[in-house]
Design a protein around this ligand. Sequence first.
Ligand SMILES: Cc1cc2nc3c(=O)[nH]c(=O)nc-3n(C[C@H](O)[C@H](O)[C@H](O)COP(=O)(O)OP(=O)(O)OC[C@H]3O[C@@H](n4cnc5c(N)ncnc54)[C@H](O)[C@@H]3O)c2cc1C
Length: 359
Amino acid sequence: MQQETSHAIETDALIIGAGPAGLFQAFQLGLLEIKAHIVEALPHAGGQCAELYGSKPIYDIPSVPVCTGQELTDNLLRQVAPFSPTFHFGQLVNGLQRLDDSRLEVHTTGTGQTTRFITRTVMIAAGVGAFLPRSLNLEGLQAFEGQQLFHSVQDPHSFENQRVVICGDTDTALEWALRLSTAKTHPYDHAARSVTLIHRRDQFSAAPELVSQFRTAVAAGHIQFIAGQATGIFAHHGHLTGLQLLLQDESSRALQLDQLLVLQGLSPKLGPITQWGLDMERKQLRVNTETYSTSEPGVFAVGDVNTYPGKKKLILCAFHECVLAAYGAASIIDPEKKPMLEYTTTSKRLHKLLNGSAN
Ligand SMILES: Cc1cc2nc3c(=O)[nH]c(=O)nc-3n(C[C@H](O)[C@H](O)[C@H](O)COP(=O)(O)OP(=O)(O)OC[C@H]3O[C@@H](n4cnc5c(N)ncnc54)[C@H](O)[C@@H]3O)c2cc1C
């Protein structure tokens, strides 16, 4: 049963995290005819597989001799598609509390929006935490978030004719430096007035090909490169006007800007989950191995986020946990109904769910 009101989305199951555990959890709930909402801090699915090793090979998924992190994600998305879970990307779950009617209330925050869910069960598949952008730790800078400070480019046109400063040495940092500069490596791009890239030293973690394009653009005067780091900000009448920089030779200088793009990659933060009063052991949620329930009834934890004797942080282990957690959730959503184990090979009910036909 699922119902949306103007105040809250009501559902039977809410999954936190769209990594491999969250995606397979939605599939296992689907087999038991439980529809799920999935909230994910990143703008896309895949968790560590997509974010940290999208193009690298995985060799220990049963019956798949080798696939990349992104291929695994794509296959999990294809597998769960018949159950059409509702994805809420770019949303960070930060609040969980019990309501008087024993259901759970979950709050999220995201770019410009917050969502409230009322759910019977919560499946925490948060891995090592929400992947959030690494920002600059400068006093007063946070106030300009979304106005002049950005951690991703939503609309490249908004940088047209602006003095853009980019901090970072990642693929994304160098790619946007090239795209926004007068080098314009993308046919639809409009150039910024100036592009300056700041990084601690003249060595970059970006792919060698990108670094070589970047150096060519710097040599041609399309991009300015400064080896140094930001130590403070300048602001005037509520506007960010510049950065104070400490250069490699220990001298300092001011740099004027209109827009600041901080593209220093992402780092995982478990953050809010640690505040919910659930039993934890060294930053992981303690679960029982019968249903992968946490210490709070109706709240389950699967994948890298949980711990129990013998726990191994492997995708294969997460998949097993999702099966038992789905049965655990089913017994809370409808205590009268005892779901039977059915094989996907032979069950007509499951064929109907998976293929839309009973054959
Ligand atoms: C380099 C590397 C190689 C690896 N190779 C292998 C391998 O070969 N085989 C193998 O089995 N395992 C491998 N692993 C481990 C494997 O990637 C993890 O076990 C797996 O990703 C765990 O899946 P998960 O879904 O539990 O968590 P994650 O993949 O971490 O996904 C969790 C998701 O939850 C989101 N999230 C967290 N908190 C919140 C919140 N509050 N609100 C909203 N969203 C939130 C995060 O943004 C993230 O997308 C590897 C790991 C690394 C780093």
